[in-house]
Unconditional design. Structure first.
Length: 411
């Protein structure tokens, strides 16, 4: 261990303490207001529904606190504990090229991590979600989803990782720029391909039936000069009782998708208002802004990685005895979240700003009261807490707290 080892460990522990503190504040705030529905929601949400949301929030928070020390120990084991170094040495005994050794180390690391996290995923699905009557999945579907995810990781991740590691080995001192171009191209390709080719592997998407709702949506799109590849209803109810909607894709390959669970609980005018909010993200250029931000951050990260690759203390400080380009990338992916966790409030605030802007757009395209009614129903049906802790929300929540959002729309 060296100085960087201790910097990493201390930063990791400080981040864990901060997360623990904020989560405890969230539990306390929700419990404090459990006995009474906030005045702004008293006519739409019953006490029983409010208490269900409070209990659901607390159970999930307690479970995250239970997992927190295990996650810290696992990360320490992979790095300073030498597990990643041992995995690398195992694959090196086969005598493969650096590129394919790197691919094997990365994919086996991801698969092992996935298997380690499976019990927690099982508990969330079949214990927590079932306890609050949200789970619609079964063991067969759970296993199939995980197997499909692993197969997709191998099919997509293998050539991508091989190309990246090859560029890192052979593209010279400016490899980070070529890798960035590959990564951005891949991200745009996935954004284009996901709606039509990947999402259907997990869910069925049926065209929305003719009727008032479809007419409202088509008129909304027409007013805003937008085209879509179709309006679809997704069978979200086969896995969960939670409802949602999204507008996804790139270029002409864009889809509007409603969960069937969402359509069951909302009126046509309310669904139109929800979609107007999603369209607001496109019209206010939030998608483009996020892509630009991702491009800048990823380019900066790869530039930093290019420097770290040349520093022996980086490898030794994280438990790796033999420097290599692929180990530098894997280590960087592992430890970067530890150091960037403290800027979460900045990213969360930007996201909440975008949500307000999308709400403002929706209020111009549809009746703001319809959006308010839709949001309240979604809070109620998804058991979302109406009384989050302000500090926790500021640090983690990508959407404004329910009372703040409803008050903003009411104005």
């Amino acid at each position: 261990m060296n100085l960087f080892s201790w910097i990493f460990i201390i930063t990791l522990l400080l981040g864990a303490i901060l997360q623990w503190t904020l989560t405890r504040r969230q539990i306390g705030a929700v419990q404090k207001h459990r006995a009474q529905v906030p005045d702004a929601f008293s006519e739409q949400v019953t006490l029983a529904e409010h208490q269900k949301a409070a209990d659901y929030t607390q159970v999930k928070a307690h479970f995250s606190l239970l997992l927190l020390p295990l996650e810290v120990l696992l990360l320490l084991a992979w790095t300073v504990g030498g597990l990643l170094n041992g995995l690398d040495q195992f694959w090196q005994t086969l005598g493969w090229s650096p590129v394919w050794t790197g691919v094997a180390v990365l994919l086996s690391f991801l698969m092992i991590n996935h298997l380690i996290e499976l019990p927690a995923g099982y508990y969330r699905t079949f214990k927590i979600e079932s306890r609050f009557d949200f789970n619609r999945s079964n063991l067969k579907l759970f296993i199939n989803d995980n197997l499909k995810g692993l197969v997709l990781m191998l099919l997509i991740g293998t050539p991508l990782a091989a190309l990246v590691f090859w560029l890192m080995e052979s593209a010279g001192s400016y490899w980070w720029l070529t890798v960035w171009l590959v990564w951005m191209s891949f991200s745009l390709l996935m954004l284009w391909a996901y709606p039509s080719f990947i999402a259907p592997l997990f869910n069925k998407f049926n065209p929305l039936e003719e009727g008032e709702l479809k007419q409202r949506i088509e008129h909304l799109l027409q007013r805003n000069g937008l085209n879509s590849d179709g309006i679809f209803v997704m069978d979200g109810s086969k896995r969960s009782g939670h409802g949602n909607a999204y507008f996804t894709g790139l270029g002409k390959n864009k889809r509007i998708v409603f969960y069937d669970t969402l359509l069951e609980g909302l009126e046509a005018a309310e669904v139109e208002a929800v979609l107007a909010h999603e369209i607001g993200h496109f019209k206010r250029k939030h998608v483009v802004k996020r892509l630009v931000m991702m491009a800048v951050l990823s380019l900066s990260g790869l530039f930093l990685l290019a420097w770290l690759m040349q520093q022996n203390w980086f490898y030794l400080g994280l438990g790796v005895t033999e420097a290599s380009s692929y180990m530098a990338l894997i280590l960087f992916m592992l430890v970067l979240p530890v150091f960037t966790a403290f800027i979460s409030p900045i990213m969360a605030r930007l996201s909440r700003k975008h949500e307000f802007e999308a709400d403002d757009f929706a209020a111009q395209q549809a009746d703001a009261q319809d959006l308010i009614r839709a949001l309240v129903k979604m809070y109620r049906e998804n058991a979302s807490t109406l009384t989050p802790d302000a500090c926790y929300s500021a640090f983690y929540d990508s959407h404004p707290p329910a009372p703040v959002r409803i008050a903003h729309l009411s104005q």
